[in-house]
Write a new protein. Structure first.
Length: 118
């Protein structure tokens, strides 16, 4: 099933956004982001059994991930956004477990732009 990320936009520093990843299925779903000129980096992931792994300490306490099986969607709730969070955000899927290796994710959504600026 193809993934579709949505919910990005322009937000002021300290604001919040919730991104959605539709088509998640019963799979491990990771959120990644890529800023201009930088490599794509993992943020956090939720496994098919809802175990959560944070890939970046900088988002702990600000970002959370959750799953709504009825809607076949995984959400990334982002609070207290900072300018350094500006990037294109992608969701990606792999069977069951999370992985720190982004190449282990076999299905990717198209990305949604998040811009944090005053």
């Amino acid at each position: 099933v193809q993934l579709q990320a949505s919910g990005g936009g322009l937000v002021q520093p300290g604001g919040s956004l919730r991104l959605s990843c539709a088509g998640s299925g019963n799979r491990g779903i990771g959120w990644f982001r890529q800023a201009p000129g930088k490599e794509r980096q993992g943020i956090l992931c939720i496994s098919s059994s809802d175990n959560i792994i944070y890939y970046r300490d900088s988002v702990k306490g600000r970002f959370t991930i959750s799953r709504d099986n009825a809607k076949n969607t995984v959400y990334l709730q982002m609070n207290d956004l900072k300018a350094e969070d500006t990037a294109v955000y992608y969701c990606a899927a792999r069977s069951y477990l999370c992985s720190r290796d982004r190449t282990a994710f076999t299905s990717w959504g198209q990305g949604t732009q998040v811009t944090v600026s005053s």
